[in-house]
Design a protein. Structure first.
Length: 69
């Protein structure tokens, strides 16, 4: 298991964090991510790395309350 999938598994147990990521990182009219703002460079084209990560987390079975591993 890579660090990324481990992180995705953890975030999968935090649905509010996951929802916020998916709500924030959406494409703007120019096709760039509106959640990845920077003072010094253009935001990345959407889907950005965080969107890909949130999708991975959403597809990853995480810890759920009442279902201890
Ligand atoms: Zn983004």
């Amino acid at each position: 298991m890579t660090d990324l999938t481990e992180a995705a598994r953890i975030v999968a147990g935090w649905p509010r964090v996951l929802t916020r990521l998916l709500d924030t990182h959406v494409p703007g009219p120019d096709g760039r991510c509106r959640g990845c703002t920077s003072q010094v460079s253009l935001p990345p084209r959407w889907p950005c790395a965080l969107t890909e990560f949130a999708r991975l987390a959403a597809a990853t079975p995480g810890h759920r309350p009442g279902h201890p591993s």
